[in-house]
Design a protein around this ligand. Structure first.
Ligand SMILES: Nc1ncnc2[nH]cnc12
Ligand SMILES: [Zn+2]
Length: 331
């Protein structure tokens, strides 16, 4: 069994495997702009974040009903469980569905059907994090937060994703303030393609508690010092960084240097159906290609539970942490 871990950076729409995409296309009478699973897989060669996002949003056309979202989440949770994920904090992008005429009820009710039975079915506890698309307006984000009000008992926090450069965190100051007033936890993508200054801004202006990616913090030594001092977790996604060309090859990923610097790093899959691996595959990749040893792998797993939003269930967090410490790596 792989080491127990929490997955903290996972877009549920990014778990749409080509096979499921075609099955849902048929069920819903939607035509994908690809003739076959193989053709769709062949389209997964990306130059940068935007080229990925174009395919990611195109494939979402097949997600139409509550049952589609339920099936999507259930398939993810099954795969995640098999890779040692014990707890998953799952992003979803409501604006990408609302704009296609799919209601918030279909999205949240569908996801919730899978999440609410996940512990029993898959042994995975879950949280939901609603992301705003940063290349949409701040007003649209605020409207989305309003639309989500009836569902806030099922939503733990908010995040910020989509095209980063040119859409700095400060654009969303008001909506983050409103979310904080509603008791929602706050995270944001920053420093994936955007500069280190976006990470600083996400901390100072949005009050985020974790930074999604945060890779480019390494360009600002003072920021690194602050992230270490304040123990702000980073949700890194190594295979994603290679596929979106944030790093040239995995062997050049800064994760070892980040751990050496004392940063609270976690390893996650981002959009596993598009980037060639789930959480356990990312752990295997950093072990095999970055030479991380057992102590570092255990540290990454420990960090994932320490960084998770389990403050309402410290008993569970303690149980997961004990599992990490007791884990014996295969010889
Ligand atoms: N890696 C990523 N960066 C920004 N937005 C995303 N949406 C889905 N995956 C994303
Ligand atoms: Zn992401």
């Amino acid at each position: 069994m792989p080491i127990p871990k929490a997955e903290l950076h996972l877009h549920i729409e990014g778990t749409l495997e080509p096979e499921l995409a075609f099955a849902l296309a048929e069920r819903n009478g939607v035509t994908l702009p690809y003739a076959s699973v193989d053709e769709l897989r062949a389209a997964q060669a990306f130059d940068d974040l935007q080229s990925f996002l174009d395919l990611y949003y195109a494939c979402m056309a097949v997600l139409r009903t509550e049952r589609d979202f339920e099936d999507l989440a259930d398939a993810y949770l099954r795969r995640a469980a098999a890779q040692g994920v014990r707890h998953a904090e799952i992003f979803f992008d409501p604006q990408a569905h609302l704009s296609r005429g799919v209601g918030m009820d279909a999205v949240v009710d569908g996801l919730w059907r899978a999440l609410s039975r996940s512990e029993e079915t898959h042994g995975v506890s879950t949280r939901l994090i609603m992301c705003f698309l940063r290349d949409e307006s701040a007003g649209s984000a605020m409207e989305t937060l309003e639309l989500a009000r009836p569902y806030l008992d099922r939503i733990t926090g908010i995040g910020l994703d989509s095209a980063e450069v040119g859409h700095p965190p400060a654009k969303f100051r008001e909506v983050y303030e409103a979310a904080a007033a509603l008791g929602l936890r706050r995270v944001a993508h920053a420093g994936e393609e955007g500069p280190a200054a976006y990470v600083t801004e996400a901390l100072d202006v949005l009050g985020v508690e974790r930074v999604d990616h945060g890779l480019r913090c390494m360009e600002d030594p003072e920021l690194v010092e602050r992230l270490v001092r304040e123990r702000i977790p980073l949700t890194l996604c190594p295979l994603s960084n290679v596929r979106l060309r944030a790093v040239d090859v995995l062997e050049e990923h800064p994760l070892p240097a980040m751990l050496e610097a004392g940063l609270v790093c976690t390893v996650n899959s981002d959009d596993p159906a598009y980037f060639g691996g789930y959480a356990g595959d990312n752990f295997d990749a950093v072990r095999d290609r970055l030479g991380l040893g057992e102590d570092r792998l255990r540290e990454l797993a420990r960090n994932s539970f320490l960084a998770s939003f389990l403050e309402d269930d410290e008993e569970r967090r303690a149980r997961y942490l004990a599992e990490v410490e007791a884990y014996e790596f295969p010889a």
